[in-house]
Design a protein around this ligand. Structure first.
Ligand code: CTP
Length: 424
């Protein structure tokens, strides 16, 4: 995962080297970008040696002369390739330039050109930090969605005391991890994700399938991995690159998927059943291709195994089961019925007929339905964001489940029914 670390010219610039190390420890590939003034405090060589990458210090070729178009283009490519940008330290001057939308060097150009989340960690003299001009700039940037990590209070390099010290390296690194969806809150969980569409063979050349792209399931697998879960991805057809560090098992039919899920059923602690499994398959698979001359065949279909239903029925205490409901009408009623009938911990419902939701597209519009009747309708967002919101709900369910299980033994049967795995 590529990110950029911007360093502006302040006395705290040396701390950016420590931050670089912290980001690398988490497996991030870091492109360092320094302002002209930053080079007065730390040499680019320090960052180049630590990051193993060339440090970007200007828009154009070093040493004056003709502007180097190739390098300017290469630099702009950084804006598109990074998943987050952090600037530490961010000076008062830099905040002012960003608030005004200036782009007079590489770092400010990058801030305008990138669509990645931006985190600023200001550090400066207390009077500069408290100056109405800086307050206004900070407010303007916040309103534009830039995250500002307030400086700490303490003794400042200028000899004064007050707010202005760069936030701790750990706090800045954590803010980056959160922006990248790299929290640790699924550590210790084994998340089994089903994704993609199944293909139910009819003859050696044909099958029955559906329009699912697998994007939602793959986004879930990736998001769970980023949040430190061990991930088993059982994938039907999907033309997507599997996320890194995820154990993937590829299957074709619903029966193959059912077998793969069964193989890992004991070890999984969370099931996210996002696959579009065929509900019916041809009752008979022809060994030879059906020929046109033989006339139109009448297809007899039979039901496939309900994988989600089986997992939910046989779950052990503590296993959380999340189902999906892709509907075209009466979305919430149908989803609520699925939640009850299959005794799930969560159902993610979407109306696949809505624009920006469902098959093939990169966005989704879903409602989360919880057993107690609570419903959370999410606005249209990327499938990646939806994945994180679903995982937030899983983390919430996990803590409720842990709290319930920690209670003393004298339970009413009504209370017992509330614990996943003990419902009758
Ligand atoms: N599912 C499954 N096995 C099947 C069919 C569906 O595990 N054979 C899972 C899907 O992965 C999804 C959920 O069940 O999480 C809902 O799938 P869907 O086809 O929408 O619902 P069904 O329960 O099959 O009911 P219906 O088709 O009547 O809506």
């Amino acid at each position: 995962m590529r990110v950029a670390l911007g360093v502006a010219g302040g006395i705290a610039a040396y701390k950016a080297a420590e931050l670089l190390r912290r980001l690398q420890d988490r497996g991030l590939e870091v492109q360092v970008v320094m302002t002209e003034a930053a080079r007065e405090f730390v040499t680019p060589l320090t960052f180049a040696s630590l990051s193993g990458n060339k440090v970007i210090t200007g828009m154009f070729a070093e040493g004056g002369g003709e502007p180097n178009l190739a390098s300017a283009i290469e630099h702009i490519a950084v804006a598109q390739n990074i998943e987050a940008l952090v600037i530490a330290p961010a000076t008062a001057n830099l905040l002012a330039k960003l608030a005004a939308g200036l782009a007079d060097d590489f770092l400010t150009t990058l801030c305008l050109a990138t669509k990645a989340p931006i985190i600023l960690a200001p550090a400066m003299n207390v009077n500069m930090w408290e100056h109405p001009a800086t307050r206004l700039n900070v407010e303007t940037l916040r309103q534009r969605g830039v995250q500002i990590l307030e400086p700490d209070e303490g003794y400042l390099a200028c000899g004064m005391s007050g707010a202005g010290r760069l936030a701790s390296v750990e706090a800045i690194a954590q803010a980056m991890f959160v922006a990248l969806g790299l929290q640790d809150d699924l550590q210790g969980e084994t998340v089994l994700v089903t994704a993609g569409r199944t293909e139910e063979p009819l003859d050696p050349c044909r099958f029955l399938s559906n329009r699912s792209s697998g994007k939602m399931g793959y986004a879930l697998a990736e998001a769970a991995r980023r949040r430190s879960a061990r991930v088993i991805l059982i994938s039907g057809r999907a033309s997507l690159e599997p996320p890194a560090s995820v154990a993937i098992e590829r299957v074709r039919s619903g029966e193959e998927m059912a077998r793969a899920v069964e193989k890992h059923r004991e070890e999984a602690t969370v099931f996210l059943m996002a696959a579009a499994v065929a509900d019916f398959r041809p009752a008979q698979v022809e060994s030879a291709k059906l020929k046109r001359q033989a006339g139109a065949p009448v297809l007899k279909l039979e039901p496939t195994t309900d994988i989600l239903g089986a997992v939910a029925r046989r779950r052990k205490p503590g296993q959380l089961v999340v189902g999906f409901a892709a509907e075209t009408e009466n979305v919430l009623q149908n989803a609520a019925a699925k939640l009850r009938a299959k005794r799930l911990d969560l159902v993610v419902a979407n109306d696949v007929t809505q624009e920006g939701a469902g098959f093939e597209v990169d966005t989704n519009i879903v409602t989360l339905l919880f057993p107690g009747g609570r419903r959370v309708a999410l606005e249209k967002m990327s499938k990646r964001e939806v994945a994180h919101r679903i995982l937030d709900a899983v983390v919430e369910l996990r803590s409720e489940c842990a709290a319930e299980q920690a209670r003393p033994a004298a339970w009413s049967s009504k209370q017992l029914r509330k614990i996943p795995g003990t419902r009758k």
